[in-house]
Design a protein around this ligand. Sequence first.
Ligand SMILES: Cc1cc2nc3c(=O)[nH]c(=O)nc-3n(C[C@H](O)[C@H](O)[C@H](O)COP(=O)(O)OP(=O)(O)OC[C@H]3O[C@@H](n4cnc5c(N)ncnc54)[C@H](O)[C@@H]3O)c2cc1C
Length: 380
Amino acid sequence: MNNYDYIIIGAGASGLLLADAMGSDPFFSTKKILVIDKDAKQTNDRTWCFWEKGTGQFDGLIHKAWDTIHFEGKKISKRTKISPYRYKMIRGIDFYNHFLNRLQKYSNITFIQEEVVELKESATEVTVLTNTAQHKGNYIFSSLFNYSMVTEQQKFPVLQQHFVGWVVKTERPVFDEAQVTYMDFSVPQKGNTRFMYVLPYSQDTALIEYTLFSESLLDKREYEEALKTYIQQTFKCESFTILDTEQGSIPMTCYDFRKHHTKRVRYIGTAGGWAKPSTGYTLMSTTKKIPKLISLIKKGKPLQPLKLKNKFWYYDLLFLDVLHTENARGHEIFESLFKARSPQGVFKFLDEETNIWEDFTYINACPKTPFLKAFFKRLF
Ligand SMILES: Cc1cc2nc3c(=O)[nH]c(=O)nc-3n(C[C@H](O)[C@H](O)[C@H](O)COP(=O)(O)OP(=O)(O)OC[C@H]3O[C@@H](n4cnc5c(N)ncnc54)[C@H](O)[C@@H]3O)c2cc1C
């Protein structure tokens, strides 16, 4: 049995960023840290995209970046330069390789590949039982997310951002590699919020994702049929090769994940509620949470909850209430926002950097009735 000061469960986005922040901070140089993942993290299991102003901490890992955003609605079609922002893409495999290499250089951090099966917590420590061993830690940071964490309550609706993506290569050049299609709502909505996301790597290669914001997953064939039809109709391209696939489901909820923290176990990443409820974007919000968590750990308060509620939490709550009761209205809401505001303005709002007057212009741009209904339902 090995004893550690901290055990990080999961070497995904949040686990690796937390481990790296600890490894590079002299405060932790005398602490023993263990990172456990069931996976070797040697496959490209996801692609991360995010917008950012100027340069950023992941620039060395960028696979592709775009300066123009395309938004397609039922009534608007907008192609706009997004300076000073850039829309950036990182491949999962590049991220894992980079951070696992960094971890190897920290003598106080050990990475092991084991599957965690149970946590046994006592007053003084936590025993992490894996498929092959047991490890003891003073504090555990776990990124193990399970939908039952959020579905066993009624107070907050739980939607999913779910998608299947294909990296396709077409026979002739059909993509405009200078622009990313952030949302294309021209696809049939079928009573939900459904859109396509197109990320061209070159004129003949792109990652295309069929995405829904809704309660339930579809049958895999339905995502695939939608992708095929979209590629054939939008790009007039009968024949193409699928080079790679990805799929995912990200929880969209204002549920307070902090309820799962115990005396010695705190949840991080998606499991800690770090995904932005209204969009599912998690990577950049994780980079903002990690320094706050590190600061709490250094103050001897590793379990003190991070602040959850601000005005943006309430906006997200109303947005999800609306989508939960009227799922087909998503395209109308995004269309209103992109019609009234520039993409830069929308990014600023989604980054939670707008002031109350700016917020008013965004709220005012949205269809009023569903939001007022949701507001009064929450009030009474
Ligand atoms: C396909 C996909 C694409 C996404 N794209 C974006 C995007 O473009 N932008 C964005 O901001 N967000 C995106 N997200 C959402 C979010 O950023 C990611 O899910 C992110 O990886 C969340 O980080 P995490 O640390 O919470 O979880 P993960 O990165 O999923 O890490 C959890 C880790 O736990 C490990 N694990 C699971 N069970 C066990 C066990 N029993 N024992 C040991 N280890 C275990 C897993 O192998 C995994 O490595 C995407 C999600 C997916 C699934």
